[in-house]
Ligand binder design. Structure first.
Ligand code: SAH
Ligand code: SF4
Ligand code: F3S
Length: 455
């Protein structure tokens, strides 16, 4: 190991799962004595935690990597690591492409970073992409926030959506035990965290790989059971979870969310397409009618629930009429937030090999039309907040106006209001909403600096 300054930098691409992995890897590095460096150029160890969900995400990684590889030619002591989904997808090929790399590690190895680094410091160039049983993390993650924290509950994905690289790069489903999850939440609460988000690529699959599952009946450890199991952790005020899959989303879960006061009325349920033929070609396992029924049921229990989703336009074979079905669904449901993307053919996925690909011009035209509709619908959804009082959990300062703090409503709307962060951080404040924008709100605190507790 080099004896000079030991500073590390991590850039994280992709989803919340990657962000959570990065926090754990940062914790491991700090345990080894490394100190955080905001600038990659000043760090002795640079780790890119990568995403390959679409081609542009993958290409971004190579351009970042190119710069560091060049730097390494002048500073041979620089340790260069690629972790995450591109690492898993490319494996040894990455070493051929970027020979300056010291370590290529798939997501399943995030908690093993310490052991892998030991091999690197002993002079090896290491590739760790063999599927493994994920080990429980024993170090303390370096969390990006002190108010809201992520808690992984299930890793991997056993679905086979025909466009998606995730099952290939994240491996098979592996649920953590309810006891390990609760222990992490208790520890977060003791550190002063107020909100947790339970994470999984398909969180409704939680528990189906744990012992106690019966082949025909309901498994014993469902997401719903987990919510009841963790709900009473003292100090935690809010609970969220993502990502939900319409195929497995149950009314029992909806009832639990309505019944449990800490679970926020906020659901992220990607529908991907509003057309049944396309949904079938995607192998999603539900129809648009079923999706609508789910949203209807959520709204019958929680009329004001915030609904967000993901959608793909230009999936192979998508006709104008089929795309119109997506537009219609978006218009009729009224999403609070929709992440949209043009279909990107991914290596190793079935849909990438089909010969009915849609031209880039048509894809980007459809994406623009959908995005236009989304901002209209989000603006309309925002209107309902005007004049209302909302409970806001204060997370940070408004980066554009230091006299204001920022936080989120239970429905996950970003909200700004005048206040002092030192006093309000981590507090639940009742705010009267005075201004609305499509994706954020501004308001006034009802009683300055007074907070209320949920329990
Ligand atoms: N597990 C989640 C999605 C994870 S990937 C689910 O099942 O919904 C996040 C989002 O990326 C997906 O919801 C999808 O909208 C988008 N996505 C995935 N693969 C894609 C591809 N090949 N091209 C374009 N978008 C894609
Ligand atoms: Fe990908 Fe489908 Fe799994 Fe989501 S459920 S991660 S879209 S394969
Ligand atoms: Fe990207 Fe991997 Fe997440 S491909 S979206 S970082 S699971």
């Amino acid at each position: 190991m080099t004896s000079s300054a030991r500073r590390y930098h991590i850039t994280t691409f992709g989803c919340q799962m990657n962000k959570a992995d990065s926090e754990r890897m940062a914790g491991i590095l700090e345990d080894l004595g490394f100190e955080w460096s905001e600038a990659a150029e000043e760090a002795d160890l640079v780790l890119y935690n990568t995403c390959t969900i679409r081609d542009n995400a993958e290409q971004k990684v190579y351009s970042y990597l190119g710069r560091q590889a060049k730097r390494k030619q002048e500073q041979p002591n620089l340790t260069l690591i690629v972790a995450g989904c591109v690492a898993q997808q490319e494996g040894e090929q990455l070493l051929r492409r970027v020979p300056e790399l010291d370590l290529v590690m798939g997501s399943q190895y995030a908690n093993c970073l310490g052991d892998l680094l030991e091999q690197v410091f002993n002079g090896a160039q290491v590739v760790a992409t063999e599927p493994i049983q994920i080990v429980e993390d024993i170090t303390k993650p370096r969390r990006g926030s002190t108010v809201t924290g992520w808690v992984n509950v299930i890793y991997g994905c056993n679905e086979r959506c025909t466009y998606c690289v995730v099952p290939g790069v994240r491996g098979v489903e592996q649920s953590r035990t309810p006891a390990a999850i609760r222990a992490e939440i208790v520890s977060l609460a003791e550190q002063g965290f107020k909100e947790i988000t339970l994470l999984g690529q398909n969180i409704d699959a939680y528990g189906r790989d744990l012992p106690g599952a019966t082949p025909e009946g309901r498994h014993q450890h469902t997401l719903t059971d987990l919510l009841y199991f963790i709900h009473d952790v003292p100090g935690i005020e809010r609970i969220r979870f993502a990502t939900s899959h319409p195929r497995y989303f149950t009314e029992r879960l909806i009832r639990a969310c309505a019944e449990l006061p800490k679970v926020c009325e906020h659901f992220h349920i990607p529908f991907q397409s509003g057309d049944n033929e396309i949904l079938k070609a995607m192998a999603r396992g539900y129809t648009q009618e079923k999706y609508r029924r789910i949203i209807h049921t959520i709204r019958s229990y929680m009329p004001d629930a915030a609904i967000s989703a993901d959608a793909i336009v230009g999936f192979p074979g998508e006709t104008e009429a089929q795309f119109a079905n997506t537009l219609q669904l978006v218009e009729e449901i009224g999403f609070d937030l929709l992440n949209t993307a043009a279909y990107s053919p991914r290596p190793g996925t079935p849909a990438a090999r089909w010969d009915n690909q849609i031209s880039e011009a048509v894809k980007s035209d459809r994406l623009q039309r959908l995005n236009h509709l989304v901002s209209q619908s989000a603006a309309a959804r925002s209107q309902r907040y005007l004049g209302r009082t909302e409970e806001v959990l204060v997370e940070d300062q408004n980066s554009k106006d230091p006299s204001q703090v920022m936080g989120r409503t239970r429905g996950n709307r970003l909200t700004f209001f005048p206040g002092d962060l030192a006093q309000l951080k981590g507090k639940l404040v009742t705010v009267k909403i005075t201004q609305v924008r499509p994706f954020s709100l501004t308001g006034e605190p009802m009683v300055a600096a007074t907070t209320h507790q949920l329990n």
